[in-house]
Ligand binder design. Structure first.
Ligand SMILES: N[C@@H](CCC(=O)N[C@@H](CS)C(=O)NCC(=O)O)C(=O)O
Length: 236
């Protein structure tokens, strides 16, 4: 079952060392949680349109993560990858919980992270993401993001406003962590945690300083910092 799985991962193209995509991390944390063996294929933004269609021949908008599961057969979505792993590797801890309602709640949390944290993080790291690319990928990143007519600086908006938005939206997450005393999903991490940790990895990769200010120091106690420290055991 495990032989031949390949995960296409996105690296910053300047040094090609850091895996930063929050959606790829959701998939990686899910695969690792289940103890699945897979090969990582590092790609840059510019590799995606040529490499991903070889794995998913009918794809219209190639993206990562993509998991190659057989020749000419791939899954091109983080949630689809996690669902595949949950279904095909039933041994070990669950990703989505024991019941459909647990899964639905975790997907609700996923939507919260994607709509309440991702936009502010994206605005706070537009410039750093650009600066971490090699010349060709930087040109692609800039032109694709500036298609709507705004520059990267304009898209980034006001730093203080972004930090305020993050802090406001972290409040409910902080309360959930305080209540659980562990992971969002309780004693074992699950999909909800993978979405949150992946967003933190993305932010921290491009701006450790803003991550410290905007997440770890956003609320005046150690709850988010302890969570981040605990998450390090999953980030391999
Ligand atoms: N629904 C997809 C979204 C994947 C996605 O947007 N991936 C981004 C990286 S985080 C990508 O491949 N972008 C390609 C590009 O910007 O050219 C998932 O969750 O897997």
């Amino acid at each position: 079952m495990t032989a031949g799985l390949q995960l296409f991962d996105l690296l910053e193209s300047k040094n090609r060392e850091k895996s930063f995509s929050p959606m790829v991390w959701r998939a990686k944390l899910s695969l690792n949680h289940k103890g699945v063996t897979y090969e990582t294929i590092p790609v840059t933004f510019l590799d995606i349109p040529t490499l991903i269609p070889q794995v998913c021949p009918n794809v219209t908008a190639p993206t990562v993560p993509t998991l190659k599961i057989a020749d000419g057969e791939g899954l091109q979505d983080s949630l689809a990858i996690a669902e595949y792993v949950e279904k095909n590797y039933p041994k070990g801890p669950s990703i989505f919980g024991a019941t459909p309602s647990e899964k639905h709640l975790q997907l609700f949390f996923d939507s919260y992270v994607s709509t309440r944290l991702h936009p502010a993080i994206q605005r706070l790291v537009f410039i750093e993401m650009y600066e971490h690319q090699d010349a060709e990928n930087a040109a692609y990143f800039k032109s694709s993001r500036e298609k709507g007519g705004k520059t990267l600086e304009q898209l980034g908006g006001d730093r203080a406003q972004n930090m305020k938005e993050l802090k406001e939206n972290l409040g409910l997450i902080h309360s959930a962590l305080l209540r659980s005393g562990g992971w969002i999903t309780g004693e074992q991490p699950g999909w909800a945690d993978f979405t949150l940790i992946s967003a933190f990895i993305w932010f921290n990769t491009f701006s450790p300083q803003k991550f410290e200010e905007g997440i770890l120091n956003a609320i005046d106690d150690q709850v988010l910092r302890s969570y981040w420290l605990k998450a390090q055991q999953l980030i391999v």
